[in-house]
Design a protein around this ligand. Structure first.
Ligand code: FAD
Ligand code: NAI
Length: 475
């Protein structure tokens, strides 16, 4: 007997579970299939983000930051800590608890919204007049039929050729989040988002960290001025980042990992480390989806081919999140999930790709929305820029965290905000104001004239907006 649904979502990450909830809110009979298991073999919905991504990485970033503050910065506040010790097992187990709270929260939300949850792998079997037949292979096997299918199967870490992940010595994001003892020497390949976040965690806990990056520029997608400021801070912290490198042979043995590499000057080098994290991007996941059975098309990158509405080549089959084009971010996946559920209901779901914020949760945090100065220059757009340093912000001084700045870019003629870039304390929270402003197509003058609480970090945002018109008040 097949179970009939209006909407079947394959994948229960941030894209899939949010799509399922929104579809259920809209009155559909919804199933969500997810195969992720925790170490006890129990369902662990939430995908990469909840299990081995956003949530556990932020838990460890927080814990490791506390450790560093206690060891290095409390003393500035007149707090002397004696006998500071790291209990890594406890730190990792706290992180696991945070993950489980999120897994359980999603299961609760499924119940609350009457989404039928199936634990196992979902794969296409066939399409007929009733809709799409999907087989669930898990502890038990079931067959479901859905009129609409939303594919939200996420992504997997990309391995370096010749250096497969063993999660013992050569680690993906998964192993990087559960190293049982702080490595003396840690290597990372790729100074992208994972490289910087995971590199920061293990450096703060005492590892000597070297990051090897192929590109000659640091964080090429980030506004140059902001990237430079961030690099200065990372250098000061002792995070060793080598740019313009060519990674050669990688040897993995019981003793550790050795990486042959060539530096930007073309000189041969050898990096010997206890553990190596490879963070060179992620690939869309369609493993076991059975897309061939129904002729679901992939693009040249192996992502599910979709248009700007997340429609695939098949009627009533949609795809969202990391499995499709666009930035691999949890909030982008969620927005697409909501938009698709609304489109299925005949509404006009919308995702504005111009106002998707990015955040790198290092210290200082890096956050941005919209265009960078180098993008505006390349596009020949006439713009005005305004910056304000946290050094001149009272709250930042009180916090003892004055690194960085807020930067506004606005259209030279209309003053519409084109981009906001922040490096500094709580950039992840501050960026929300900029996103709202850009979504409402505000001008920098709008932000400059809004009353911001004092003393707050958000005053730096107001001051950067004032700086566009060269009238900062506190700098
Ligand atoms: P996923 O979260 O990958 O979920 C897909 C789910 O589908 C998984 O549970 C998978 O098991 C399941 N699945 C796959 N195929 C099948 C099948 N055939 N049947 C059943 N189930 C299936 N993004 C941010 O925005 N902020 C961050 O701070 C952030 N931090 C990150 C840190 C790390 C270390 C990593 C690796 C990623 C981070 N990301 C972050 C990216 C974020 O995790 C992804 O963009 C997000 O998880 C994508 O959501 P998704 O729903 O498309 O896919
Ligand atoms: P990334 O795309 O951010 O960075 C990969 C880096 O590796 C790039 O700088 C690239 O030039 C470099 N690289 C590629 N091949 C290389 C090679 N052979 N040798 C040396 N360097 C090489 O990818 P990353 O860090 O793996 O993260 C994957 C994705 O996960 C991110 O793009 C992001 O979408 C998501 N993520 C988001 C986070 C957030 O929002 N805070 C945190 C972590 C991940």
């Amino acid at each position: 007997m097949t179970k009939q649904f209006d909407v079947i979502v394959i994948g229960g990450g941030p894209g899939g579970y949010i799509a399922a909830i929104r579809a259920a809110q809209l009155g559909f009979n919804v199933a969500c299939i997810d195969e992720w298991k925790n170490k006890d073999g129990k369902p662990a919905p939430g995908g990469t983000c909840t299990n081995v991504g956003c949530i556990p990485s932020k838990a460890l970033l927080q814990s490791s930051e506390h450790f560093e503050h206690a060891g290095k910065h409390f003393v500035d506040h007149g707090i002397n800590v004696k006998g500071l010790e790291l209990d890594l097992a406890k730190m990792l187990s706290r992180k696991d608890t945070v993950v489980k709270q999120n897994n359980d929260g999603i299961l609760f939300l499924f119940k609350k919204n009457k989404v039928a949850f199936f634990h196992g792998r979902g794969s296409f079997v066939k399409a007929d007049a009733a809709g799409y037949e999907i087989k669930v292979s898990g502890a038990a096997e079931e067959t479901l039929t859905g009129k609409h299918i939303i594919v939200a199967t996420g992504s997997n870490p990309r391995a370096l050729p010749g250096a497969p992940f063993d999660e013992e010595n050569i680690l993906s994001n998964d192993g990087a989040l559960r190293i049982p003892a702080v490595p003396k020497k840690l290597g990372l390949i790729g100074s992208g988002v994972i490289g910087l976040e995971m590199g920061s965690v293990w450096r703060r806990l005492g590892a000597e960290v070297t990051v090897l990056e192929a590109l000659p520029t640091f964080l090429g997608a980030v506004d140059e001025q902001i990237a430079k400021e961030a690099k200065k801070a990372f250098d000061k912290q002792g995070l060793k980042i080598e740019l313009g490198v060519k990674v050669g042979e990688i040897k993995n043995s019981k003793k550790g990992v050795s990486v042959a590499w060539t530096n930007a000057k073309g000189e041969a080098q050898l990096l010997e480390v206890d553990k190596l994290i490879v963070s060179i991007g992620r690939v869309p996941n369609t493993i076991g989806l059975g897309h061939e059975a129904v002729g679901l098309k992939l693009d040249e990158r192996g992502a599910i081919a979709v248009d700007d509405q997340c429609k695939t080549n098949l009627p009533n089959v949609w795809a969202i999140g990391d499995a499709v084009r666009g930035p691999m971010l949890a909030h982008k996946a969620e927005e697409e999930g909501v938009a698709v559920a609304e489109r299925i209901a005949g509404q006009h779901g919308h995702v504005n790709f111009n106002t998707i914020p990015w955040v790198i949760y290092t210290s200082p945090e890096i956050a941005w929305v919209g265009q960078t100065e180098q993008q505006l220059k390349a596009a020949g757009v006439q713009y005005k820029a305004g910056t304000f340093p946290f050094m001149a912000n009272g709250r930042a001084r009180a916090l003892g965290d004055t690194t960085g700045m807020v930067k506004f870019l606005a259209d030279a003629k209309t003053d519409e905000i084109l981009g906001v870039h922040i490096v500094g304390p709580m950039a992840s929270e501050l960026i929300a104001e900029a996103v709202v402003a850009m979504e409402f197509r505000a001008s920098s003058e709008d932000i400059a004239r809004i009353c911001h609480a004092h003393p707050s970090l958000s005053e730096a945002t107001k001051e950067a907006a004032l700086a566009v018109d060269k009238r900062t008040l506190n700098f």
